[in-house]
Structures are given as C-alpha cells and as structure tokens.
Write a protein that binds this ligand. Sequence first.
Ligand SMILES: Cc1cc2nc3c(=O)[nH]c(=O)nc-3n(C[C@H](O)[C@H](O)[C@H](O)COP(=O)(O)OP(=O)(O)OC[C@H]3O[C@@H](n4cnc5c(N)ncnc54)[C@H](O)[C@@H]3O)c2cc1C
Length: 505
Amino acid sequence: MTEEAATQFVIAGGGTAGWMCAAAISRFAPPGTAITLVESDAIGTVGVGEATIPQIHLFNSALGLDEAEFLRETRGSFKLGIEFDGWRREGEAYMHAFGDIGRPLGLLPFHHYWLRAKEAGFAKPLQRFSLNELAARTMRMHRGKTAQGREMPYAYHFDAGLYAAYLRKFAEARGVTRIEGKIADVVQDSESGDITALTLESGEDIQGSFFIDCTGFRALLIDGALGVGFDDWSRYLPCNRAMAVPCEGGGDFTPYTRAIARKAGWQWRIPLQHRIGNGLVYCSDYLSDDEASETLLANLDGKPLADPRPIHFTTGKRRVHWKNNCLAVGLAAGFMEPMESTSIHLIQSAISRFMAVLPNGRGEQATIDWFNAQVDFEWERIRDFLVLHYTANEREGEPFWDHVRTMELPGTLTAKLEQWKASGFIHREHEELFTEVGWFQVLAGQGVRAEGYNPIADALPEADLRAMLDETELALIEQVKPMPRHLDFLQSYVSGAAPRTEVPA
Ligand SMILES: Cc1cc2nc3c(=O)[nH]c(=O)nc-3n(C[C@H](O)[C@H](O)[C@H](O)COP(=O)(O)OP(=O)(O)OC[C@H]3O[C@@H](n4cnc5c(N)ncnc54)[C@H](O)[C@@H]3O)c2cc1C
C-alpha cells in the first residue's frame, strides 16, 4: 500500500469506545495511517462502564499492556464472576462465575451429571464445583492455572475515566492526533452519502476517508447523518434509566461484581482500589428518579462521593453498525443493560472484527454486509441471555418483576428454554458469547427446572457419580486454600512484589 492510499481514520468521540478504537488502530495499522480523534470536554463521557469479562485480556494483551501497570493506572481490581442477589427470590443469591463448573465425563458436560444427582436428591449447590466461585466467596484471588493445572479465568473492575485516559496516552504515543472541540455538522458526499468531514463549532473541518462513530448515545454520524435507525428492544428489556454514584470503600473487597435485584430493577456494586462504583438500573414506569436516588443512597457501603447522576437510555441496537464509510462502536452502536458486563466486550469485538477486514477506503459492500450480520447474531444472543435473568424470576406480587416474568420473549430464547426444560440440553450456537456453562449457571440459579437430562448420564453407577462429585469438590477446595486474599494479592501485584500465599485457618 502506498502512503497516499492509506486510510485516514477519524474517530468521533473520546470515551472508552473512542480511545479503545484509537489504541487498536494505532497499534496495528500500517505506517502512514492518519488517525484523528475528536472529543468534546464540554460534553464529556458517560463515565460508567467499569466491570468487564475475561475477554478483555485479549484486547489488553494485543496492545501489549503491562497488567500491573494497567491495574495501577486504572485503580482496578480483579473479578472472578458476577453475583446475582435476589433475582430469583429475595434472600437467594447465585453466581455466574467465569470458568468451568465441575468437569466433563465421557461424552457429556458436567451439568447432565449434576442434573441426575439433583433428581436423585444428592446434588450439592453448584458453587461447590466452581473454582472461581469458591475463590470469590472466600475473597481469594489467583492468576492463571492452579498447581493442579486448573484454569481460573478472571476479568477486571476499573475506573472508566482512567482507562480511557490510559489508552489515550498509549494512542497519542503512537501518533494519534487528538482534537478538542464540538462537532457541529457532518459533511457528506451528495451522491454516495459517504462522510467526507466533520465540521467543528470553531468552523474547522476534520477530513477523513473512514469515520468511526463513538459519540455515545448521540450517535451523531451513524444515525444523525446516515439515519440508520434503531431496533428498540424495550419490549424485552424494559429498564430505561440508571442512577450512578461512587462511594467510599467499605464492606468486602469482593473479587466479583454484585448485581442486586431491587423493586424495579437492580443495583450494581463494583469495588475499585479508591472507591466503589454503584448504580441502580430501573424502569421509569415503575420507579421515579427520586425513589431511585433514595434506594441507591440507602444501599451504599460507604459515604457517597458525588450526587447521584441520572442516565437515560433505550435498550436496543442501531439497525446496522457499518454503513458507507462509517462504523459505529460503543454506545453509538446500541446499548444493553450491563448486568453481564457486556458493553466493553462489544466494543472490543467490533474492533477485532473491523481489524480483521480493515478497509482501504470505505470498504466493500459484501464485507459490510458480513460485518453487520455478525453483529446482529452477537447482539441478539447476548440480549437473550440477559432476558433470561428477568423472565425466570419468582418475585411474585412486585409489579416490575411480574411484568418481566410474563413479557414476550425472543423466539430464539424460547427455543433455548424449551430444550433445557425438556432434556437439560444447552446449545451454544456458533460463536455466541456465552458458553453452555454460563447458560447453565443462570438457568440453575434462576431455578429454571430441567425435566430431564441426557440418559447417557445414567450409564455411570450411582456410587461412581457420588465419588466423582465428591472428588471434584474436594480437589477444588484444596486448590482454593493456598490462594491469597484478593486485597493482598492486588496490593502485592500492583506494587511489583510477589503475591503472598496463605493457608486459611
Ligand atoms: C448505566 C450504565 C452502566 C454501564 N456499565 C457497564 C459495565 O459495567 N460494563 C461494561 O462493559 N459496560 C458498561 N456500560 C457501557 C459503557 O459505559 C460504554 O460501553 C462505554 O463507556 C463506552 O461509551 P462510549 O465511549 O461509547 O460513549 P461515551 O462515554 O458517552 O463517549 C462519547 C464521546 O463522544 C463525545 N461526543 C459526543 N458528542 C460530541 C460532539 N458533538 N462533538 C464532539 N464530541 C462529542 C463525548 O465528548 C465523548 O468523548 C454501562 C453503560 C451505562 C449507561
């Protein structure tokens, strides 16, 4: 490729999405690729989005970030899963922990054996078979494989503003030009509709050949200029507000995110080194903003560090994410509520898919269609998984929860539920984000009963099944014992000292 032919990228918006795009393109694009990022200090960023899933490692390591430095810079902590408290019933909690549950035997995944044991009345709770959950519940942390070779996947909690600032340093060091200013107009070619420039309020024109819309909920380019439209998924996920507030640290320094069911939605709790991130996601048909603020402030571990901040949203996605010479990433592409911490992942997967077909210019239509079809599949499967958390509740008599229990379901979710209920079969379609193990934990945690299991599980004599379950549990407990506490591990790790290993009393 000649230097003249290299694509000139313009990224509109400097939140997590904008700086993740800038960092990735500057890291991988060929020399001569001009990358400009425009952001407005006056508008600012959404300022939330602090819990991730393990795939974030792929992004950070592709950039070559040093993990300890990253955790220092973003005041981050480790995350082994997400606790769902009260989602089935008040007073009952379960965890969607990362990593395996139990171990497969022969042809079957573990959950068929567990279902058999459950039917026979001797199955222990799922947490006994999850290394991540056993560690999380005892506030322990460990990186990578245990001495017994078991993988312990983890993700992070981090300060969203600090993460964007960290990536900004990375991107600017690799030649990305940052322009501060407010975009007032999007200039398009009158024939093709392609975007040719962004005009700032100052009158300056930022020209480019490919534009990435990271302007958040405003979606100035993909929707404002290119008018792609929005698929509204409120009928499946009716929450439309969040109230967010950070507070002083307190309570347990959990190596997991908490998602606590409330009257008309749920509250997140994300522990960082310097504060706890909190927010209430709710549906305005069932709860006023004032009630939301009161609920949130009444349920903090420490003193609030700001006033609660309302955020309005509509769940759904832009009909297409790539049109002409414009790609939407982040909130500009759409939003699903964050109980499974999927939004930053969706930014990352959009970037990696885009890098796989990095266009020289606007991109071929066949590639654009392929990209958009992948996005539809990915978003719809995640949506189904989120809806499962709501539809399978037993909080009878609470209007919001009654509504979400009885609402219309996407056909793809109905099919999955039918398979599970009939035979305990869980099918991960192609490369959908959530694995069988993830679906299993939420199905079981929400109390969705499977009437059957694969009869191959009956081939194992009951004594052997009992022994297999006992051995699996015991082995996991032994692996957790020497793990250091999350706080100690984190402090040692970010300061560069070797983590301490302890055996609990
Ligand atoms: C309540 C809530 C909780 C969330 N929790 C999680 C979570 O736990 N985990 C997770 O993975 N994700 C979460 N998310 C999603 C996550 O916050 C976003 O995916 C992420 O922050 C990316 O946002 P963004 O960069 O697309 O948008 P923003 O942060 O809104 O950034 C938009 C950028 O565009 C700029 N801009 C806008 N208009 C103009 C203009 N006219 N001129 C110039 N610049 C402009 C702004 O200045 C800003 O820089 C959550 C989101 C919400 C709403």
